[in-house]
Design a protein around this ligand. Structure first.
Ligand SMILES: Nc1ncnc2c1ncn2[C@@H]1O[C@H](COP(=O)(O)OP(=O)(O)OP(=O)(O)O)[C@@H](O)[C@H]1O
Ligand SMILES: [Mg+2]
Length: 419
């Protein structure tokens, strides 16, 4: 599949060519691993003890658990391994467990307590929600189409899914999902609009629900761009979600960096076309991932070969672009979505093809993408009760005590923009 000798022995080889990460790089990456019960990153909680990177790109990490028998350890280990493997230059990852000292435990508890109290800064996205930013190195490759169809395919598997349209000026999600109407609000929080897929919710938030047309959105440009994403994450009452998909605007920059800061657990799904142009695209994507410390979960090749009614494939836009980009950035090629008129028709009609033609070539490709994410690459967080829960309870009790003595500053009131 890949062209050069360097990469065709697999991703390990491609990564060896990259600079080795430093232990600090590893720690930065681990800021994206959130303890699902303590609602803070494993780094913040002081759970990352030792990080050793050897010359062959092997990384050994010791994770100190709150209690040695913590049932969440398997989840944390999986998350740590998967994040660190996403760093360029990493060949393998070993995770060893330790147990926190009494001192570390009380520091972790203090941290969790602090976070609970200072919740104003945290987002409304539950820490157990798997977050996927759908991005690309250039515009018009099908990010929004992939976002809505993947959302539908995940919901059809029984998951509760959120869709955040982060394309503030060029929003297309409302049209593609066929949702309209202002966002409701209560208690100073914005409520998402909801699309029902076989009884499962897709919760949608977009600038399109707040302004009348794209022209008005453009006028808001300077005013709210930097705040819009933050507001969508912090002021929207998302509620429980297994997955949150974020449709990124074309290009890189502010929005990506903002997302990385606000939701360090977010990972990237990169969409590309089969055209093999794209060295520049690869460099841009790799740079985006590196600067924001976001892991690339995989590459989706969209507008792949057209599948004719007789089953033969016609590669209208060329072929191999997805595999080449995947090899280049050391991430798996997770799906090839055929080009099919039903995709754009469905987009225009507000009825995604994954909903109307689940058994067609594209519908099946989206279902398979959802399956790979849910079963292999980004399985939903398994919440097995952990003794850490006791820490949270203790923290809550303390907080209640402290609250009685020193009143906690109220969360700043928010006015949902319009509507
Ligand atoms: N697999 C496909 N088959 C046929 N048409 C497609 C396919 N994927 C996307 N399209 C069409 O291509 C156009 C661009 O897709 P889309 O809007 O999803 O791209 P985008 O990357 O979100 O664009 P932008 O960068 O402008 O946000 C749309 O008209 C869409 O309907
Ligand atoms: Mg788009």
């Amino acid at each position: 599949m890949t062209t050069t000798q360097q990469v065709n022995t697999g991703k390990g080889t491609a990564r060896h060519a990259a600079r080795l990460p430093t232990p600090d790089d590893v720690r930065r990456m681990l800021e994206g691993v959130i303890d699902p019960e303590l609602h803070a990153s494993v780094v913040e909680l002081g759970m990352v003890d030792d990080v050793v990177v050897d010359e062959a790109g092997g990384v050994r990490i010791t994770v100190a658990l709150t209690t040695a028998g913590c049932p969440l350890r398997a989840q944390i280990k999986k998350d740590v391994e998967s994040k660190v493997r996403g760093l360029p230059g990493v060949a393998n990852v070993e995770v060893a467990y330790g147990e926190m000292t009494a001192e570390q435990k009380s520091a972790a508890m203090a941290r969790a307590r602090f976070n609970a109290r200072e919740n104003a800064a945290a987002t409304e996205v539950p820490p157990t929600t798997r977050t996927l930013a759908v991005a690309s190195g250039k515009g018009g490759v099908g990010k929004s189409s992939v976002t809505v169809n993947l959302a539908v395919a995940l919901a059809a598997r029984g998951f509760t899914v959120g869709v955040l349209d982060a394309d503030i000026w060029g929003f297309s999600i409302p049209r593609m999902l066929g949702v309209e109407g202002r966002l409701g609000g209560a208690d100073g929080k914005i409520h998402p609009n909801v699309v029902d897929v076989d009884g499962h919710q897709v919760k949608v938030v977009s600038m399109g629900f707040l302004v009348d047309d794209e022209e008005t959105a453009l006028m808001w440009r300077g005013l709210i761009l930097t705040r819009a994403l933050e507001q969508f994450l912090t002021d929207v009452r998302w509620g429980p979600m297994d997955y949150l998909l974020i449709d990124m605007p074309p290009g890189t920059g502010d929005v990506q960096m903002g997302l990385a800061r606000l939701l360090p657990q977010a990972e990237l799904l990169v969409v590309t076309t089969p055209a093999r142009a794209a060295q520049k695209v690869a460099a841009r994507v790799a740079d985006m991932a590196r600067r924001s410390f976001m892991k690339v979960v995989g590459v989706v090749e969209n507008m792949s070969a057209y599948v004719a009614p007789d089953g033969s494939e016609v590669p209208i836009f060329g072929s191999g672009g997805g595999a080449a980009l995947a090899g280049e950035i050391g991430a798996p090629l997770v799906a090839s979505i055929p080009i099919e008129p039903e995709v754009s028709e469905g987009g225009d009609a507000g009825r995604p093809v994954a909903m109307t033609h689940p058994d067609g070539p594209t519908g099946r490709a989206f279902a398979e993408l959802a399956r790979r994410l849910a079963e292999e690459l980004m399985p939903p967080v398994e919440m097995a009760g952990c003794t850490a829960r006791m820490l949270i309870e203790a923290a809550r009790a303390k907080k209640a005590d402290a609250g009685a003595a020193t009143p906690v500053a109220p969360v700043a009131p928010v006015t949902p923009p319009a509507g």
